[in-house]
Design a protein around this ligand. Structure first.
Ligand SMILES: [Fe+2]
Length: 616
């Protein structure tokens, strides 16, 4: 029985397909249409999932989307009415005449999907109601949209349709594919379906929600607002601030403890004076392009910290210190919620999801700062992963079918056989060599040890933001200059951002102060002091590393590559960065070849073939 899950009409649109409880395919739309964090409808991703299964939409029994316009509806209406009354009272119209005037927030909407189709000039309440109706209609019209993009008559789709509340989809994505039969679950996020944070107990085939934090209070909003204030305006820039934080000192803790306050029972609240999302609304676009989010922080930020940094301006110690304080405050609030979740459940296994679960620095400290002993982070913890969560909420939560899938890696995307790769290479008029399975990893390991920049394109593409050894650029972590080389020649990233290590799982404890597996690169641990000089290219300024632990079981070819590198050098670690320049991670051999040709990568390994840059 096939179940199709969809994340549509907000960032990181994606589709996932499972068959009899097993993952067949899952991928983000951005990988196909090459628009970063693409919102809108994941038409290409749906087509890919069906292709991977060798089936058609008429054979899918259940289809779900990770939002439920009717969820928490009384709260949404109450909020809209209260705000409308306030607006009428002050004659203040939000974002009047702006390109996109819907009030919406990170990660999902509040009351509309903000796709720019709303009444641009109408009074606030009218527009809000209209947006909500548009949005509800859009979700209702899922069947028509699917039929349209797949070019089939709507009546050929016999599936039962489901709206799965946003956070239930997140929670399901971190539980039903985890190794746990019983676990505490936390979805920590920007917003989705009017909720920012939800916690629960998962047991067998059910998820029992314990509590939630409602709009407008959100850790994700604090992080995004501060990220904007620090001059990083793009959707997904929060990771840059996380990378900047270790350069600073947390000297603004009083200020951030005022901006976001913790309360009893795991709750927290924002000081709303610092924000615009609840009162004035924030312009956003959720149409087919990259999401664009208007300014969330209010002038109170400026009063407290001074002028906002302009994008591209020199970074000073003020920005570093603000980033450090923000990061530390996020951790405090996160552990506050987790401590409560442990107290409420007595459990020590944790399933983690939501956009804030991409904060790998916080994740890496959970075992040190809370009673939790094992953590499963959904590899696509952000909104793309809700597509998968939808599948499993239907499979287990609704249909109560038997569990059986444990998602240890994230290799659920397209793969390409050697005949396809060979044809692409021939079409590109590139001279290439081919190698046996044993030779290919040895050759690549030698190139890495020789200091070359190696493109490594193998097997199925990863789901979620991290390249995990199938769509990766791999270099020698022993060379301190590798960071600079990668930035000069390919990545062009801000110099303060770290690069990440992949390590053979069994050697983790030799190099890091913690050894809990991190197979999807969502944990940051401290590199052991005595090892830092050995792997300087992957050791951040504070001695940390966002590691990927690699096992033979989860990724045999990548494991072999690192083993071969260890044979040559004695070091069981490589530097792994995503295979892309400044675009979504490559998906096809064509994308990989294009990236190879337009950057100064030295060697490209595609399946069992290699292409070497000619020395000029
Ligand atoms: Fe979300």
């Amino acid at each position: 029985m096939y179940i199709l899950g969809i994340n549509a009409y907000h960032g990181d649109a994606a589709a996932a397909l499972i068959k009899d409880g097993r993952i067949v395919a899952a991928a983000e739309e951005e990988r196909f249409n090459r628009v970063k964090h693409c919102a809108g409808f994941p038409a290409e991703a749906v087509r890919y999932c069906l292709r991977a299964a060798g089936t058609g939409i008429e054979h899918v029994a259940h289809i779900g989307i990770s939002r439920d316009p009717s969820a928490h509806l009384h709260k949404k209406i109450l909020f809209a009415a209260t705000r409308a009354a306030r607006q009428i009272g002050t004659s203040r119209q939000p974002a009047e005449g702006s390109k996109q005037a819907a009030v919406a927030t990170i990660d999902s909407d509040v009351e509309g999907n903000g796709n720019g189709n709303g009444n641009k000039n109408g009074p606030g309440l009218f527009r809000q109601v209209k947006d909500r109706l548009n949005n509800a209609a859009k979700v209702r019209d899922l069947k028509e949209e699917l039929a349209r993009v797949l070019g089939v008559p709507a009546k050929s789709i016999g599936a039962q349709f489901h709206n799965i509340e946003h956070h239930r989809a997140h929670l399901a994505s971190s539980f039903y594919v985890s190794p746990f039969q019983r676990a505490a679950l936390l979805s920590i996020d920007g917003f989705g379906d009017f909720i920012s944070t939800m916690w629960a107990v998962g047991e067998g085939n059910s998820i029992n929600v314990l509590d939630q934090v409602e709009f407008p209070h959100s850790t994700g909003i604090v992080y995004t607002a501060t990220t904007q204030f620090l001059g990083f305006p793009h959707y997904g820039d929060e990771g840059k601030v996380m990378g900047l934080a270790p350069y600073g000192k947390p000297r603004y803790m009083d200020e951030f403890r005022e901006i976001i306050r913790t309360e009893a029972n795991g709750q927290f609240r924002l000081n709303l004076d610092y924000f615009r999302h609840h009162a004035e609304g924030v312009d956003m676009t959720w149409d087919q392009g990259s999401p664009v989010i208007g300014r969330i922080f209010s002038d109170e930020f400026v009063k407290t910290f001074g002028p906002a940094r302009e994008k591209g301006a020199t970074l000073t110690s003020r920005e570093e210190d603000i980033a450090a304080s923000l990061q530390q405050r996020l951790e405090e609030v996160g552990f506050h919620v987790l401590d409560h979740l442990h107290d409420a459940t007595g459990l020590t296994d944790l399933g983690l999801s939501g956009g804030v679960a991409y904060n790998s620095v916080m994740n890496g400290k959970i075992l040190l700062n809370t009673p939790f002993r094992r953590v499963y982070v959904q590899p696509a913890a952000g909104d793309s992963g809700t597509a998968l969560g939808v599948c499993y909420e239907i499979n287990n939560g609704i249909l109560k079918r038997q569990r059986g899938e444990i998602m240890l890696g994230a290799y659920t995307g397209p793969e390409f056989g050697d005949s396809v790769i060979r044809a692409e290479l021939q079409q590109s008029n590139l001279a290439f060599e081919s190698f046996s399975d044993e030779e290919i990893t040895k050759r690549a390991a030698q190139d890495i040890a020789d200091g070359l920049v190696v493109g490594w394109f193998q097997g199925r593409m990863e789901f979620g933001p991290r390249a995990l050894g199938n769509r990766s650029i791999v270099v020698d972590p022993r060379r301190a200059d590798m960071k600079q080389i990668l930035n000069d020649r390919i990545k062009k990233r801000e110099p303060f951002r770290p690069f990440a290590p992949s390590i053979l799982e069994e050697h983790t404890a030799e190099y890091f102060e913690q050894s809990h597996p991190a197979p999807t690169m969502l944990m940051v641990y401290q590199v052991r002091e005595e090892r830092r000089d050995q792997i300087p290219a992957v050791t951040h300024v504070d001695g940390s590393g966002r590691l990927q632990t690699v096992s033979r079981e989860v990724n045999p070819r990548y494991y072999q590559l690192i083993s071969d590198f260890k044979e040559l050098t004695g070091v069981p670690v490589v530097l792994n960065t995503s295979f892309n320049e400044n675009e979504p991670v490559v998906c096809t051999p064509r994308h990989a070849i294009d990236c190879f040709l337009k950057t100064r990568m030295d060697v490209l390994y595609l399946g069992n073939f290699s292409v070497r840059r000619k020395t000029e």
